[in-house]
Write a protein that binds this ligand. Structure first.
Ligand code: NI
Ligand code: MN
Length: 227
């Protein structure tokens, strides 16, 4: 069993068997976040899809507070290491088994660059994260366009977390096609309504997905228990 909690935007925690990981921990400065960093319980690992500020977020602060392992692409992990974080460096196509679960990095089509890397020394390839914990597999697409690479995950995903906000990422219609590509049991929309420019109606997404998957629309702070 796993417990998946949305903290607004692209930030989720996943808990299973007493371990807790956080993906794209954007709490400070996130208008949609339900908690601040001080309300966040102890974290065993921080998983990052890319280096933009709305995903890197509080990663370095959590790294300093709880000493979790920061798991992400080689270049972004190296950047975090230079800022004092304990890291595990991976890259696209690679998987690794950690004590708390398995992570595989998969392609995402989006921009590189790390907010706060002022010298621009660490160009980043954005990724999606396929995380297996508590016997279930969660696919967090990261920020991405619709891409046919997603078809490679068909039938391998229990819960898909995907953007519907448009402008920077897929909008609703492309997200529906992404669900069609992957065929998860459950799809949860993210990366919308944080700001006006990514305003979207999750009920429209639900309607358009139809019978392809169960769409679960979470409010920030709400959890999905899946067993
Ligand atoms: Ni981004
Ligand atoms: Mn983003």
């Amino acid at each position: 069993m796993l417990i998946l909690t949305w903290h607004g935007h692209a930030c989720f925690t996943i808990e299973a068997e007493g371990r807790r990981v956080i993906i794209d921990p954007f709490l400070t400065g996130n208008p949609a976040a339900d908690i601040g960093l001080e309300q966040l319980s102890k974290i065993d690992a921080v998983l990052l899809s890319h280096g933009h500020g709305d995903h890197l977020g509080d990663a370095l602060a959590i790294a300093a507070r709880d000493r979790p392992t920061v798991v992400t692409t080689y270049e972004l992990a190296t950047f975090c290491e230079t800022r004092g974080a304990a890291v595990h460096k991976m890259h696209l196509g690679g998987a690794h088994a950690f004590p708390w679960g398995r992570v595989k990095l998969v392609p995402a089509f989006h921009g590189g660059g790390i907010d706060s890397d002022d010298a621009g020394r660490y160009p980043v390839t954005p990724c999606g994260l396929v995380v297996t914990m508590g016997g279930k597999t969660v696919y967090h697409t990261g920020d991405t366009a619709l891409t046919t690479e997603m078809q490679l995950l068909e039938g391998r995903v229990d819960v898909m977390l995907l953007p519907i906000g448009d402008n920077y990422t897929m909008g609703i219609d492309d997200a529906v096609r992404a669900v069609d590509f992957v065929r998860p049991q459950i799809a949860i929309p993210m990366h919308y309504n944080t700001w006006d420019v990514i305003k979207a109606d999750p009920q429209e997404f639900r309607r358009k997905v139809g019978g392809r998957a169960d769409v679960v629309v979470l409010q920030p702070g709400q959890s999905l228990k899946h067993s």
